[in-house]
Design a binder for this molecule. Structure first.
Ligand SMILES: Nc1ncnc2c1ncn2[C@@H]1O[C@H](COP(=O)(O)OP(=O)(O)OP(=O)(O)O)[C@@H](O)[C@H]1O
Ligand SMILES: [Mg+2]
Length: 417
């Protein structure tokens, strides 16, 4: 009979290992890779808890890969900073660490790290070191049935080493996709701008005469219903004008008017602007300002426009009874700080609306992509261009029926573009 706490029988685990190896070369999706890895390792060795931490460039932190791209992260205080003691130890030693081996090691960690390690019931940490850099680590919890055997650790070490390449590849693949998406978007926006600039003049002149003629004629119409119809046409003409105006913003964007601004104040202002729409939909908007910094250098009006587009989308996505939008601001320390100004703000806007299907996530920044009857589909392309002109980045994570998380990274000292 097999002992529960030990490795499975040789033939059992060689099959699992071969399946695991296959998955390393076949799966490029980080979350899927993580889930497959965790399940297989748990199969091989009877481990209750196992987390894969990778350096998340969005936060400059080592964070566990989540089980799914969920909009809400249940364990948000589970992370390590690049300057934490555990990270330091792994960078220096580059080998498996058994935390229970030596109490001095545990005492070496900061209180926050100890808290995290205790929460995860951690016993073993294996570093992912590639090209002499620490890319992440696996953290194994204690086993219910005793300690890890030497043999078990040796096999796990081999698997973890292979896994480190697979996780690095998946990460690179994800970054590559983001980069090519960015180039594609920049290209499309520039083309749209050129087209708009060419067409705007031709379209606007006849539009102006259409508008004034309707206005003139509407004064002569006596039947109130017919008059109403004519006035409806005027608002349609105004809508066309508005779209042209939006398209023109891609062609020759005005220079940014950068000012030192109270960031919390800006967010409060945009919250006030959508307040009445939120109330009528019974959607609660909460703000959590966690940054130690107050000011940011931005073009006030453009940034407000960018953020309102996101808030409006969030509101429009919510149908449910208990609609909620959470806004959170934190800061990320710069990797090579020359001054405090080099740090970034991370703004997260989370809704519990209907979500966006995975295959459509790539389309949302495309000009004219819309799923709404009354939408122009320009909102997010404008937002994208404003955030990027400030030297920032914007990303969406979403899950159907659960909600959407928008992550915006903005330098405190905007780069003029
Ligand atoms: N928070 C969100 N939840 C669900 N879907 C979203 C969310 N944000 C954006 N989308 C999807 O992305 C599409 C594009 O958004 P975008 O803001 O560019 O245009 P729009 O909202 O449709 O039109 P407009 O902004 O002109 O009113 C939306 O139609 C919607 O399908
Ligand atoms: Mg919109």
């Amino acid at each position: 009979m097999r002992k529960k706490n030990n490795l499975k029988h040789q033939s059992d685990y060689s099959q699992t290992i071969s399946e695991l190896n296959k998955s390393f070369s076949l799966i490029t999706d980080l979350v899927q890779l993580r889930n497959n890895f965790v399940t297989r390792i748990k199969e091989i060795s009877n481990i209750e808890s196992l987390e894969v931490f990778l350096l998340d460039p969005d936060y400059n932190r080592f964070k566990p890969i989540a089980e799914q791209d969920h909009s809400s992260q249940p364990n948000r205080d589970i992370y390590f900073n690049p300057n934490d003691k555990l990270i330091f130890w792994l960078k220096v030693n580059k080998v498996l660490l058994n935390i229970l081996d030596d109490p001095a090691i545990f005492n070496f960690f900061t209180e926050r790290e100890k808290d995290v390690l205790l929460k995860l019931d951690a016993e073993i940490v294996y570093p992912f070191v590639l090209m002499n850099q620490l890319k992440g680590f696996v953290l194994l919890g204690k086993k219910e049935s005793g300690a890890y055997s030497q043999n078990e650790l040796e096999i796990l070490t081999i698997l973890f080493e292979q896994a480190s390449f697979a996780f690095e590849n998946a990460m690179l693949y994800m970054q590559q996709r983001e980069r090519s998406g960015k180039m594609y978007r920049a290209d499309r926006l520039a083309t749209l701008g050129e087209l708009a600039a060419g067409a705007a003049h031709e379209i606007r002149n006849p539009l102006t005469s259409i508008r004034s003629t309707i206005q003139y004629l509407s004064n002569k119409i006596e039947d109130p219903e017919d008059r109403e119809l004519a006035l409806g046409l005027i608002s349609e003409v105004d809508r066309i004008n508005g779209i042209i105006q939006d398209m023109l913003s891609f062609s020759k964007p005005e220079d940014l008017k950068i000012e030192e601004t109270d960031f919390k104040d800006i967010i409060n202002q945009i919250m006030r602007l959508v307040e009445s729409s939120a109330k009528s939909k019974k959607v609660e908007i909460v703000m959590n300002y966690l940054s130690v910094y107050e000011t940011i250098n931005i073009d006030n009006n453009l940034m407000k426009q960018a953020l309102i587009n996101i808030l409006m989308n969030a509101l429009q996505a919510i149908d449910a009874q208990e609609g909620q939008i959470q806004i959170e601001v934190r800061d990320i320390a710069s990797e090579n700080p020359q001054s405090d100004e080099d740090s970034m703000f991370l703004l997260e806007i989370r809704d519990n609306g209907k979500g966006i299907p995975k295959n459509l996530l790539e389309k949302i920044f495309d000009p004219f992509y819309t799923t709404k009857q009354e939408g122009t589909g320009l909102g997010l392309s404008i937002t994208y261009s404003i955030i990027h002109r400030h030297g920032g980045e914007i990303k969406f994570q979403s899950e159907i029926e659960k909600g959407t998380l928008v992550k915006i990274k903005l330098p405190r000292k905007a780069i003029k573009q």
